[in-house]
Design a protein around this ligand. Structure first.
Ligand code: KIV
Ligand code: ZN
Length: 555
């Protein structure tokens, strides 16, 4: 029997009373301080945790992206984490403007080991935590609020005492009331107030207070209320850096961090691409790119995004979803006809000072993607997309009447194959449709231009047979058609015509597009040549050959 019953779940009970909330009236105008926890929170959540070599590679990537605060591990938790900390310090991998951070539980022997790992560090953030949430207090530890506060106070004191033994290093203390978002708001403030009494940030000790949504369990606006409540009730608020650390259980980790910044947070912890426990940590790349795409300096550099994605997914041994914001294989791709049309029109309008392209929140080129990704063709696509590909990859600027005609053929082909059509598939289909090797071939021609009317003679071949035609008219094309009508007995008129050079180079090829009505039916012919007149005559012969074939079939 199904167990699917919402009554099983209590309503969220940790929202503060905040009738005067200020955060909804604020806008974000600068990037927060970013702190990567890839090498700890992310690494702990991997099926196969990273090797030291991978951790170093990832660390260097984070430095290259511009992170200034990097949690490198939990040195007291395993030898590998300890050794990695030593390696960074002893081999001098930490740039002067980067501060490493290490995590430790509020327990004596672990804190001692942590400081051992940090010996000789120039500057480090020691991040101590204990769980404060109701569920952890009652179900996991069976401890009262007072007892949990005691753990926090002792942890803070131990960190302070050990740091005092290493005065040559610069110490920043960080405390997390783990599961802050599932902690009663008044109690969370009370615990942190007691930690601050130990650390005394008002006397100059650098302190970060980190507020985790260890398990995301409410809407992001509620988390923002919790953060604003915390910031406006904490005794030493102006002396501490307030940080947030959101997880993605409800899919809103980035939103929660964004709103938390409006609510007063100065700093955001997270991982690149959102790896971390369960559904992951908040994705710093996404939040930073959200700022970037609205004209705010993210203070991180993601220009080499392909390389970043490669290293992150290799170290984490996790694939990237094709729709992952900003970086997924399909996120800049439009299959739908109307989207393709809008993108093509926006791009065709030329370079504006600021980016304004329908359906593309950022310019894919900024992060090393190409416009190749933007338009892809399947049965949902329309004339704009097909025309875009022919122009971009094959130098063919189809006139609108031909775009409409060809798009229908593309759609039919894609429906038939039930597949996406590549650029090569599209040009092959185009040439098969409009540039077939027709019966009639142009061997030679001469034109006589006169004041009132032109005339021309042409030599055609048909299955090795030589045919001479001659005609006159108001221009070259009408003279040629006059000659063809006399030779074939067909009734031919031109409905549409276009031509253009295909490249800017001196040996540029020309292409001509002709649409004819022949004995009442519509025929399209296209031809390439080294000059536009020859291309035009050949394109006309394609159409006439098709009509002759139809006539032969009907006979
Ligand atoms: O999610 C969490 O609560 C953590 C803390 C240890 C900061 O990772
Ligand atoms: Zn976490």
């Amino acid at each position: 029997m199904s167990q699917f019953t919402h009554n099983k779940y209590p309503t969220f009970a940790f929202a503060p009373e905040l009738p005067n909330r200020q955060w909804p009236n604020r806008v974000m105008s600068k990037a927060p301080v970013w702190a990567s926890v890839d090498l700890r929170d992310g690494n702990q959540a991997l099926i196969d945790p990273m090797t030291i070599k991978q951790k170093l590679r990832f660390f260097e990537l984070l430095v290259d992206c511009g992170f200034k605060e990097i949690e490198i591990g939990f040195p007291s938790a395993s030898q590998i984490e300890f050794d990695f900390t030593r390696l960074l310090i002893e081999e001098g991998h930490i740039p002067d403007d980067v501060t490493i951070q290490v995590l430790v539980q509020a327990r004596e022997h672990l804190i001692e080991r942590t400081f051992e790992a940090l010996k000789g560090v120039r500057r480090a953030i020691v991040h101590v935590y204990n769980s404060t949430s109701k569920v952890q207090r009652e179900k996991v530890f069976a401890k009262s609020q007072e007892e949990i506060t005691e753990i926090a106070i002792n942890g803070a004191q131990m960190v302070k005492d050990h740091a005092a033994k290493h005065p040559d290093s610069e110490w920043v203390f960080q405390y997390s009331p783990e599961s802050f978002s599932q902690t009663e708001p008044e109690y969370a403030v009370a615990v942190v107030d007691t930690v601050c009494e130990v650390w005394r940030p008002q006397d100059g000790q650098q302190v970060i207070i980190n507020l985790p949504a260890t398990v995301e369990s409410s809407m992001p606006n509620i988390f923002a209320d919790q953060v604003e409540y915390f910031c406006t009730h904490l005794g030493c608020r102006e002396h501490v850096v307030v940080s947030v650390h959101t997880h993605n259980d409800r899919g809103c980790a980035v939103a929660a961090s964004e709103l938390a910044v409006l609510a007063g947070a100065d700093r955001v912890e997270g991982t690149l691409l959102g790896n971390g426990e369960r559904t992951g940590n908040m994705d710093i790349m996404v939040m930073a790119m959200n700022l970037y795409s609205t004209g705010i300096d993210p203070e991180l550099d993601f220009a080499k995004m392909n390389e970043i994605v490669h290293v992150v997914s290799e170290c984490n041994n996790l694939p990237v979803h094709p729709r992952h914001p900003y970086i997924g294989e399909l996120v800049f791709t439009a299959f739908s006809g109307s989207h393709q049309d809008a993108i093509k029109k926006s791009l065709d309008r030329g370079e504006a000072v600021q980016w304004e392209v329908a359906y593309l929140p950022i310019d894919p080129l900024d992060i090393g993607r190409s416009y190749q990704d933007v338009v892809r063709i399947n049965s949902q696509s329309g004339k704009g997309g097909v025309a875009y590909i022919l122009a971009r990859d094959h130098g063919l600027n189809l006139p609108r009447w031909l775009q409409v005609d060809f798009a229908q053929k593309v759609q039919k082909e894609s429906e038939r194959t039930q597949k996406e059509l590549s650029s090569q598939d599209i040009i092959a289909l185009f040439e098969a449709q409009y540039l077939p090797d027709g019966d009639l071939q142009l061997a030679d021609y001469s034109i006589r231009r006169q004041a009132k009317q032109d005339s021309m003679n042409a030599v055609l071949t048909q299955e090795g047979r030589r045919i001479e035609i001659g005609g006159s008219g108001s221009g070259v094309l009408s003279s040629f058609i006059d000659g063809l009508q006399k030779e074939t007995g067909l009734e031919i008129s031109v409905t549409n015509y276009a031509e253009h050079a295909m490249t800017q180079s001196t040996d540029s090829q020309a292409v001509a597009y002709v649409q004819l009505i022949i004995n009442g039916a519509l025929y399209t012919g296209i031809a390439y040549s080294s000059d536009t007149v020859t291309a035009m005559l050949r394109a006309t012969l394609v159409g006439v050959s098709l009509a002759l074939e139809d006539q032969a079939k009907a006979a």
